[in-house]
Design a protein around this ligand. Structure first.
Ligand code: NAD
Length: 468
């Protein structure tokens, strides 16, 4: 029997079956989650549809509910943080920060204006452009930031007057189920429904007749399936997909001065961040120094169970991802790459992997060309800057990237040439609620956050009043 319940029409709902959620620090089942049936999903969708008319009418109530939701997350950040560490693996401090971050996002959207623009007001007509809710939103999330990425969807969707059916990743369903439980007294029944199950449940949601919008965060491969499933019904989609973010170092950069920030942005959340640095391009003149500076930090990093004090990096979240990182690192090493630090898993239970810096590796190697999504970073040597920019752009990915140099204007000029949704200068991974986030090319469709993220949960309506 599961301790965690789904939320459907404001009620706690158990399913006939459950599935085990594994603690990645031990490899053992830590809790059971309900395995939502088709009939239960139908009920969640029906509840979301029924809740729409009243919810979309009362903007003040929506703002108040988002504020209250934020306050509840702040108050319970440590308790919910423990759930995130249990299912995701990240250190408790980071998990608690994730919950607080979710509260910050809720507060931002609680106060965000929903624009109503007058675009013509003359003797012929008053023409206004207003934003209407899309309807029921199907929200589907991955396992790296289970709570924060759910809130990135819920907060703008609910502010705009939509109702939501949320499905977390089967690897990390517990914190989202708990979110549903916590918000049961805050949101009217049916406004937020939380269901849990396997990948199939996601496919049922995208094919379901009720949602008018799918907001999806996950891999490119699944994102394409979601887009295809949405097409016959012309459902609106926002897709936040994978990245293979390059960091280009210019020849005037001081490796020692930027190594902490580079390492931090590559290994945050154990490398399991869509917009983490996934490949570093370093000029020949400072290549060895860059590799050593990064390797020093990798060797010093404290890896362990996220519940233990002082741990900086937890395990990889799940067995398939652990196998994938192992495979990509082994492939690079067998192709002639050198492990300047790490290079393989840590013995013992759990999905632990040594923070790895790979040198003498280049484009054409899988770990450079593909998204590793784990604690292993390739450092690629370049001679010519134009060639480095071309290699950085020579991919289907286009989530984000960064350029690092002592002359910030020169670095900004290079950053402007990157084909990606966010181009950072002398930083990477700087994200904020007011800053739109999304990808070029296969990294996504649409954006989240800021007013632009809100617009993704609205339809534009023109109100044209003739004056004569
Ligand atoms: P995934 O695509 O395997 O799963 C994501 C979600 O989709 C899960 O809830 C899963 O159950 C569901 N799903 C699976 N098959 C489905 C289908 N056919 N129809 C509908 N839903 C389905 O991704 P993941 O392994 O959980 O997450 C890792 C990926 O997510 C990485 O590629 C990472 O870069 C990406 N990501 C992107 C962002 C971003 O904002 N761009 C943020 C975080 C993670």
């Amino acid at each position: 029997m599961s301790d965690y319940t789904m939320t459907i029409d404001g009620e706690a709902v158990r399913a006939p079956d459950t599935f085990g959620v594994i603690n990645p620090a031990t490899g053992e089942v830590a809790a059971q989650a309900p395995d939502c049936t088709r009939e239960q999903l139908d009920r969640a969708m029906a509840a979301a549809r029924a809740a729409l008319p009243a919810w979309r009418r009362d903007e003040a109530a929506r703002r108040k509910a988002l504020q209250t939701a934020a306050d509840l997350l702040f108050a319970q950040s440590e308790e919910i943080g423990r759930i995130i560490t249990l299912e995701q693996g990240k250190p408790l401090k980071d998990a608690t920060t994730e919950v607080v971050g979710a509260g910050v996002w809720l507060k931002y959207f609680a106060d965000l204006e929903i624009p109503r623009e007058v675009i013509q007001d003359d003797d012929r007509a008053l023409v206004e452009v207003v934003r209407r809710p899309v309807g029921v939103v199907a929200a589907i999330t991955p396992w790296n930031f289970p709570l924060l990425l759910a809130v990135w969807k819920l907060a703008p969707a609910l502010l705009a007057g939509n109702t939501v059916v949320l499905k977390p990743s089967p690897f990390t369903p517990l914190s989202s189920l708990r979110l549903g439980e916590v918000l049961r007294d805050v949101l009217p029944p049916g406004v937020l429904n939380v269901v849990s199950g396997g990948d199939e449940l996601g496919a049922w949601m995208t094919a379901h007749e009720t949602p008018r919008k799918i907001s999806f965060t996950g891999s490119v491969a699944t994102g394409k399936r979601v887009a295809a499933a949405a097409a016959p019904d012309l459902k609106r989609v926002t897709l936040e997909l994978g990245g293979n973010d390059p960091a280009i170092l210019l020849d005037d950069v001081d490796p020692a001065a930027v190594a902490d920030r580079l390492f931090g942005a590559a290994f945050a959340n154990n490398g399991q961040v869509c917009s983490a640095i996934k490949r570093v391009y370093a000029p020949e003149s400072i290549y060895d120094e860059v590799v050593e500076a990064l390797a020093d930090r990798a060797r010093a990093a404290k890896v362990g169970d996220g519940m233990s004090e002082g741990v900086q990096y937890g395990p990889i979240n799940n067995a398939p991802q652990y196998e994938r990182v192992k495979e990509l690192v082994a492939d690079a090493l067998s192709g002639g790459a050198r492990a300047a630090a790490g290079g393989g898993p840590i013995d013992g239970p759990g999905y632990f992997f040594r923070p790895t810096i790979l040198a003498d590796v280049s484009d054409g190697t899988r770990i450079v060309d593909e998204e590793q999504f784990g604690p292993a970073l390739p450092v690629v040597k370049y001679r010519d800057l134009d060639e480095a920019v071309a290699r950085a752009n020579g991919t289907h990915f286009g989530l984000s990237g960064s350029v690092w140099g002592a002359d910030a204007d020169r670095a900004a000029d290079v950053a402007a040439r990157l084909e990606c949704g966010t181009a950072w200068v002398n930083t990477h991974l700087a994200l904020a609620p007011h800053q739109p986030f999304g990808g070029f090319k296969w990294s996504g469709v649409g954006v989240e956050n800021g007013p632009w993220g809100l617009y993704g949960f609205t339809e534009i309506q023109v109100i044209h009043r003739a004056k004569r």
